[in-house]
Design a protein around this ligand. Structure first.
Ligand code: HEM
Length: 557
């Protein structure tokens, strides 16, 4: 009967049905919009999640533009979700709360089909919104990376990696000089030109890799080989099949960070059927499988070592060894999949954040020669050239370098906008919101707000310069101390997030960045190749530097 009726339809009938379906979709879409709770200023939404084609995916740009146009609290529909953009510190109170499970604002990511497809969300720490599993994973992770052994290892590995980096730069500089190529990038006066971004990414990924898995990644060696085919670095360890893929693995992590956004902002239909998007989404999935397999192989290999030679592992201070031995001794029920997700988090959250911030530091100090000189003076006074390697005691004295890290993070936060998703009805900014509302905390605009910062466009690390022995990054952000130092409200500078989901890697990140600054700027003077070029960045989950050409020259000792 049904098919008989269908059979009588003409093409006009079909077109009419399509038109009416479209009309009813539009009607319900805009009905929901105009009857939404707590209507806020913001652009009128577009049907079929078309906003991505208008606003792009740079969420820092979206949030700052909306703040400028619509004020401290406004909204946008994006990626199929209503998003509330908050650009006033008072509104952060409930969102960055330290109260735990009861908080309906514990989750950081909207649950979508894309999240499930990617198989990363809901696991590990960063992408996990399940309080019970998150708590165990975060506890294990924080325990492992806060041990003295891990911190000392972090300093030792940074020293070693820097020595290696200097070796490659010397080799490259010498080979360019000897080739005497008139078209060579190296200029006279001992200045040597490099693309800093890939080098610092390889540098930090080598450190993260060895501290996370206990395995060397040889990313710098690989990159050196792509820069110079003459003096190819032979490395016997690279015969190991696990390590042969190591640089590919690091590249894979970078692509995964970039590719995840596709699963967040494109709806399943576009991801599965629109050719260009479909290809990109498939590449992300293929890459994810490769990353999972590599990590699984490393876990298997370490487990074998643990069985065959448990004594040898006593000297290891990496995250994986800690997780496996904790599993053995404390009987905490974590399986290999959980271990893999924690390791993956260390890679995802660990190396791109520090490497990008180091790029921004270089950009800003090169534009502010007085800051650069003051930094040189501090480094020279606490880390003289007769001391070969940086130590924890030296790092604790680098107060001006610490101020540079803060001021750079204020001007160019790596996490420009963070997110919370309501699990149940909740109160934020004086309104009651339904479950699933997505809130964006617009740190980038707050960091540049005249209400909190005098001359916010001026790069001035002195605003954070502590001349006493107090090391702010040693402790969790302490409201009282922070107020006494900056005399500002506690959310006016948010570098590592806040509340129970504050970055657990912040101490390690500080060790890593301060060590690099001390080693690099004790040895090299530095300039930008093009002082007129603006800082080229793009924001997805974090704000990434897209390129940074610099010139370096050994400093006179
Ligand atoms: C400059 C360096 C870094 C910056 C600016 C940074 C910043 C942040 C921020 C803003 C958050 C989110 C907090 C929130 O949503 O409230 C976060 C979370 C996190 N970070 Fe970092 N981070 C850095 C380095 C690191 C390093 C080196 C590691 C580990 C090796 C790390 C591991 C994590 C993890 C696991 C989380 C998730 C915490 C959770 O959801 O409970 N981060 N980080």
């Amino acid at each position: 009967m049904f098919f008989q009726i269908i059979g009588t339809f003409t093409i006009t009938d079909y077109l009419l049905i399509i038109f009416l379906t479209f009309l009813s979709y539009l009607f319900s879409f805009y009905y929901n919009y105009f009857t939404r709770p707590n209507p806020l200023p913001g652009p009128i939404p577009l049907p079929f999640e078309l906003e991505i084609f208008i606003y792009g995916s740079n969420f820092k740009h979206i949030a700052t533009t909306l703040y400028q146009k619509y004020g401290d609290i406004c909204e946008i529909r994006f990626g199929g979700h209503r998003r509330i953009i908050l650009s006033k510190t008072e509104y952060f109170e409930n969102l960055l709360s330290t109260s735990s499970k009861s908080s309906s604002l514990f989750g950081k990511h909207e649950h979508t089909q894309g999240m499930d497809e990617l198989g990363i969300f809901g696991r590990g720490i960063f992408f996990n919104s399940n309080y019970d599993t998150w708590k165990i994973n975060r506890y294990l992770f924080s325990q492992a990376i806060s041990t003295l052994g891990f911190n000392n290892e972090a300093i030792k590995r940074t020293n070693e990696s820097f020595d290696e980096l200097v070796e490659y730069w010397n080799l490259l500089s010498n080979s360019r000089l000897s080739s005497n190529d008139s078209n060579s990038n190296s200029s006279n006066n001992d200045w040597f030109e490099i693309d800093f971004l890939p080098w610092i990414k390889k540098f930090t990924s080598d450190i993260i890799s060895v501290l996370t898995t206990g395995e060397k990644a040889y990313s710098m060696a690989s990159y050196y080989n792509t820069c110079n085919s003459i003096d190819y670095i032979e490395n016997s360890c690279r015969d190991d099949p696990t390590l042969n893929n190591s640089d590919k693995f690091i590249q894979g992590i970078i692509s995964l960070i970039k590719g995840m956004i596709i699963f967040q902002i494109f709806n399943p239909f576009l991801r599965h059927h629109l050719p260009l998007i479909k290809d990109k989404a498939n590449n992300v999935l293929e890459n994810r499988d490769f990353i999972f397999k590599t990590l699984d192989d490393i876990i298997k290999k370490r487990k074998m070592e643990l069985t065959n030679n448990p004594q040898k592992l006593k000297s290891k201070h990496d995250l994986l060894t800690y997780l496996l031995t904790t599993n053995h001794e404390d009987k905490i029920p974590i399986n290999d999949e959980v271990i893999r997700s924690i390791l993956l988090d260390a890679f995802l959250a660990g190396f791109d954040t520090t490497s990008n911030l180091l790029c921004y530091i270089i950009y800003y100090i090169c534009h502010n020669p007085n800051v650069k000189q003051k930094m040189f003076d501090e480094i020279d006074s606490v880390f003289p050239s007769d001391i070969s390697h940086v130590t924890a005691d030296i790092l604790a004295k680098l107060k001006y370098c610490e101020a540079i890290i803060k001021e750079t993070s204020r001007m160019m936060p790596v996490t420009a906008v963070s997110k919370r998703v309501a699990a149940t009805e909740c109160e934020v900014a004086g309104y009651i919101w339904p479950a699933k509302t997505v809130f964006h905390l617009n740190y980038a605009s707050i960091h540049m707000n005249e209400k909190h910062w005098e001359n916010p466009n001026d790069y001035d690390p002195d605003r954070f310069y502590l001349k006493n022995d107090f090391n702010e990054f040693e402790n969790d952000f302490d409201v009282e101390n922070k107020k006494s130092i900056h005399n500002m409200d506690k959310y006016s500078l948010v570098i590592f997030g806040g509340g129970i989901r504050i970055c657990p890697g912040k101490k390690f990140a500080m060790i890593n960045m301060l060590s690099f600054m001390a080693l690099m700027f004790r040895k090299y003077d530095i300039e930008l190749v093009d002082m007129q070029a603006p800082l080229n960045t793009c924001t997805t989950f974090i704000t990434m530097c897209l390129d940074l050409k610099i010139k370096i020259k050994p400093r006179k000792s």
